[in-house]
Design a protein around this ligand. Structure first.
Ligand SMILES: Nc1nc2c(ncn2[C@@H]2O[C@H](COP(=O)(O)OP(=O)(O)OP(=O)(O)O)[C@@H](O)[C@H]2O)c(=O)[nH]1
Length: 315
């Protein structure tokens, strides 16, 4: 498949995946006049798509400015402006993983139960292997027995080595995997951790310990600490990001399950939630490997409001 074709395929899937959020957000664009009542409705819709009160107010303020400055009259024009404003807020979150600085690059994944960590690790491992990277996985989710097996079976099927221990302590599984990854000249070591809730203080402290021990196996490891967020959690994601950051020092985010939610606007809230927003490395809109792709601000903003990517043309 050519790159352009692949890109088109992904954009179509992204748009389809974000359909529920899109309807929620721009369902009111029915071609009527742009007046005060319309803008107030739009603010309400943004909030209900989980963009958040503060970020919705900011977007509306910028939108009013543009309407005035550029003399925008139609809802179509306003929609394009909305897409641009959202893309501007999202752009600082665009980033790619850097594979060149560390060998192996150690990535620790964390998140609440069922966020999609193990599935995402599987998809990423395959993706990295396709890029000719040597990948090793650490099954440090020793809490849920099935998770270890899930990863082991998956590793067998895809010829990707998985390190686990019979009755392992998660920190020691991570330590072993990194040591082994160094010896074997691996490019990437991904550490899966058990799901935990921000309210489970012991488990949050354990995450900090798992992180610390990795630094003993390799200086500076883990180089990436990625929080996997379930997109269907909406605004709750902000609280999770804060708690996991405090416990484990996050370096980035992956947001899954954007296909199953009308709350996909939460990415805009996340991007506007701190002075230097966390990178969003990947987003997921489904169960297959092709449904997880790098996050691109313009693409996401266009899909969110139901426009074509280039030039903001209507569908
Ligand atoms: N629809 C949809 N489902 C997804 C996506 N990503 C993951 N899932 C599904 O989410 C479910 C939970 O995924 P897991 O990878 O087991 O979650 P986990 O975070 O490892 O779970 P714990 O180990 O219990 O913490 C699985 O059924 C996945 O197939 C996505 O982008 N879209």
């Amino acid at each position: 498949m050519s790159e352009t074709k692949e890109k088109t395929g992904w954009f179509a899937r992204l748009k389809q995946g974000l359909r529920k959020t899109q309807v929620n957000l721009v369902g009111i664009f029915t071609g009527g006049v742009v007046d005060e009542a319309f803008l107030e409705d739009l603010e309400f819709q943004m909030i209900s798509a989980d963009i958040g009160v503060e970020t919705s107010a900011l977007i509306l303020e910028r939108l009013r400015e543009r309407i005035k400055l550029k003399g925008l009259k139609t809802q179509d024009e306003v929609k394009v402006a909305l897409k641009e404003i959202i893309a501007d807020i999202l752009r600082p979150c665009e980033a790619s993983l850097n594979f060149d600085e560390h060998k192996p690059l150690v990535i620790m994944m964390c998140g609440v139960n069922g966020a999609g960590k193990t599935t995402t690790i599987g998809k990423l491992a395959k993706h990295f292997a396709q890029l000719n990277k040597k990948v090793l996985l650490a099954a440090a989710d020793t809490f849920r027995a099935a998770a270890k097996e899930q990863l082991a079976v998956w590793g067998d099927r895809n010829q990707i080595e998985v390190i686990s221990q019979e009755k392992g302590d998660p920190a020691s599984v991570a330590y072993d995997a990194i040591s082994s990854g160094r010896k074997k000249g691996m490019d990437i070591v991904m550490v899966d951790t058990a799901g935990r809730l921000p309210t489970q203080t012991n488990l949050m402290n354990e995450l900090a310990r798992i992180r610390k021990v990795q630094g003993k196996a390799m200086e500076g490891a883990p180089h990436e600490v990625i929080l996997v967020l379930d997109g269907t959690n909406g605004q709750n994601a902000l609280m999770q990001a804060k708690a996991f950051d405090e416990a484990a020092g996050l370096t980035g985010l992956i947001i899954t399950k954007l296909d199953g939610t009308a709350k996909g606007g939460v990415l805009v809230a996340l991007a506007n939630s701190r002075e230097k927003p966390l990178p969003i490395y990947y987003i997921g809109v489904g169960e297959t490997i092709d449904d997880l792709q790098p996050f691109k601000a313009d693409e996401f903003a266009a899909a969110l409001v139901g426009l074509d990517q280039i030039g903001g043309k209507k569908e």
